[in-house]
Ligand binder design. Structure first.
Ligand SMILES: C[S@@+](CC[C@H](N)C(=O)[O-])C[C@H]1O[C@@H](n2cnc3c(N)ncnc32)[C@H](O)[C@@H]1O
Length: 190
């Protein structure tokens, strides 16, 4: 936990502040199919997960902030109250895993990436969306979050890719957007 429980405070008004996820690019990058199972880690109010629940009924959302999860539940998404460093799922359970704008908020990013790689099926895909810390605007956000006493710790895309490669048998690529980066991992099917 950070010094203040920001996301539990923000839960009921988070969607009012940030609105719907406008850029549908992530849906294309994830490529979820109707019969597949997706986990959204650090999924908050479900404003991203809801895009996928239109495709598959098997969409789950993990987040430690109860009041964020309450909003996700209202959207019909199955919420799980847990932290990304220790997820209560067996190995190779999910076809797709996403983590949007959340990696820089977790306590242990290396541990989190290991957990994600553990839970993805062989041949499955993981998409991590993060603000790109190389951009000036994102550097200002990082300073702002420090001033708000948030626990944020932004990693460069290169550092995230290195953590992914050290987490197991995965192929890793990156795709750049406007001020954001998508790190895409595919678990090698041996
Ligand atoms: C900026 S919000 C993003 C929410 C959502 N992914 C979105 O894009 O709307 C960051 C989320 O990360 C969650 N979070 C913080 N620490 C976490 C942890 N250790 N494990 C999983 N989620 C965490 C917060 O509770 C919050 O819901």
């Amino acid at each position: 936990m950070s010094k203040y429980d920001h996301f539990n405070l923000l839960g009921p008004i988070y969607d009012l502040i940030f609105g719907k996820k406008k850029d549908g690019r992530i849906v294309d990058l994830v490529g979820l199919k109707q019969e597949q199972r997706l986990l959204d880690i650090g999924g908050g109010t479900g404003r991203v997960a809801v895009l996928f629940s239109e495709i598959s009924q098997n969409v789950f959302l993990a987040d430690p902030a109860w009041r964020m999860l309450a909003e996700a539940q209202k959207k019909g998404i199955t919420p799980i109250n847990t932290e990304s460093e220790r997820l209560p799922f067996c190995d190779a359970l999910f076809d797709r895993i996403i983590m949007v704008d959340a990696l820089h908020h977790v306590r242990d990013q290396g541990r989190t990436i290991h957990e994600i790689v553990r839970m993805i099926k062989p041949g499955g895909r993981i998409v991590i969306e993060e603000p790109n810390i190389h951009h000036v605007f994102v550097k200002l956000i990082a300073i702002g979050e420090k001033l708000l006493l948030m626990r944020s710790h932004f990693l460069s895309p290169e550092k995230i890719m290195a953590l992914c490669l050290s987490a197991g048998d995965v192929k890793v690529e990156k795709v750049h957007g406007k001020g954001i980066v998508w790190i895409i991992m595919t678990k090698i099917d041996q």
